[in-house]
Design a protein around this ligand. Structure first.
Ligand SMILES: Cc1cc2nc3c(=O)[nH]c(=O)nc-3n(C[C@H](O)[C@H](O)[C@H](O)COP(=O)(O)OP(=O)(O)OC[C@H]3O[C@@H](n4cnc5c(N)ncnc54)[C@H](O)[C@@H]3O)c2cc1C
Length: 291
């Protein structure tokens, strides 16, 4: 059986959306195909009439400073983000996350938009974007809108985008100011074959010896990718010292229910790992924010 019948390479966003809505059978966007192809081949996704390829749409492959923000098109491959000095300067956590996803072949094909649209609670690029407080630009045939990343998820592996009517155009991230920084770390089995056992990303702003502001995202820590705001509240305004981290860890454990996964890790193992991840990532972000 054919997994799809028609493959169309869209030249712009409107063309992609029109192709989706006018297809005579089920249609789907395809970017790198690293998730979608496996889902089709392994029967988790029903066969499609039309695949709409978005990887050559210029505004979706742009990576640039746009009106005072860092803009990363949704179809930018992860390997390009991992090597970008611009992203390194303003969103180091995202560079670190993209460098850890899959192996080189996966990173050459996989896109940031696909990582977000697939909506897995521990997707590495997504967790880094959450900590960076990124916004997504969404397009349908009528309009464009910008939403916080957290609005994009409906459940595990379920995007909140309207199927066949909306697409992710790109992501906006605030430029890094002095004394701000970000970091991403994860635990995983052999790299290249699996999602992480646990990942954690932090953005922070430092003011002398205090944490002036902080964002903390942990995956998988619930049905959707998310920030752990009680942890942020417990750290904000605190003097950076071990006691603050210890308290934040307790708050984190009170606010997150780690699941036991037969393929990855038990609840107890994840609870142990998160202590190391939180401390290490906080330390790194703190040191980086020293200028
Ligand atoms: C061997 C292997 C290892 C992996 N390791 C990791 C890992 O360590 N960490 C990790 O996070 N992920 C990992 N992944 C998952 C995967 O590579 C990512 O989720 C990838 O970023 C998906 O992007 P893509 O461009 O390939 O998406 P595709 O497969 O093309 O699309 C995925 C879904 O998103 C939709 N979509 C794509 N782009 C858009 C858009 N712009 N707007 C709306 N919908 C869109 C598609 O319609 C489809 O439903 C791995 C995958 C493989 C095969």
């Amino acid at each position: 059986m054919n997994l799809w019948q028609h493959y169309l390479r869209a030249g712009n966003v409107t063309e992609a959306l029109q192709a989706l809505s006018s297809a005579p059978g089920p249609a789907c966007l395809i970017a790198g195909g690293t998730d979608l192809m496996l889902d089709l081949q392994q029967g988790r996704h029903a066969p499609l009439h039309t695949l709409v390829d978005i990887t050559t749409i210029p505004e979706m492959t742009a990576l640039e400073i746009r009106q005072g923000e860092l803009y990363i098109g949704a179809a930018v491959p992860l390997s390009r983000i991992a090597c970008s000095t611009l992203v390194l300067e303003h969103a180091q956590a995202l560079v670190e996350a993209c460098n850890l996803i899959g192996g080189p072949q996966v990173r050459n094909m996989a896109t940031l938009g696909g990582n977000v649209a697939h909506a897995l609670p521990a997707a590495d690029g997504t967790i880094a974007l959450m900590a960076l407080d990124a916004e997504a630009e969404i397009a349908d045939l009528e309009r464009r809108r910008r939403v916080p990343l957290s609005d994009l998820f409906a459940g595990p592996g379920q995007s909140a985008l309207r199927t066949g009517q909306e697409l992710l155009v790109g992501f906006y991230i605030s430029l890094r100011a002095s004394h701000q920084s970000s970091a991403f770390k994860r635990f995983m089995r052999a790299q290249g074959i699996a999602l992480p056992i646990l990942n954690l990303s932090i953005w922070l702003e430092r003011q002398a010896d205090r944490i002036a502001d902080v964002h903390v995202a942990v995956g998988p820590s619930g049905p959707t990718p998310r920030r752990i705001t009680p942890v942020e509240d417990s750290l904000r305004g605190q003097i950076f010292r071990p006691a603050a981290c210890f308290h934040a860890l307790n708050v984190l454990l009170d606010n997150v229910h780690f699941r036991t996964s037969p393929y990855r890790a038990s609840t107890e193992y994840r609870q142990q790992l998160v202590e190391v991840l939180l401390k290490d990532t906080l330390d790194i972000a703190w040191q980086r924010a020293d200028f």
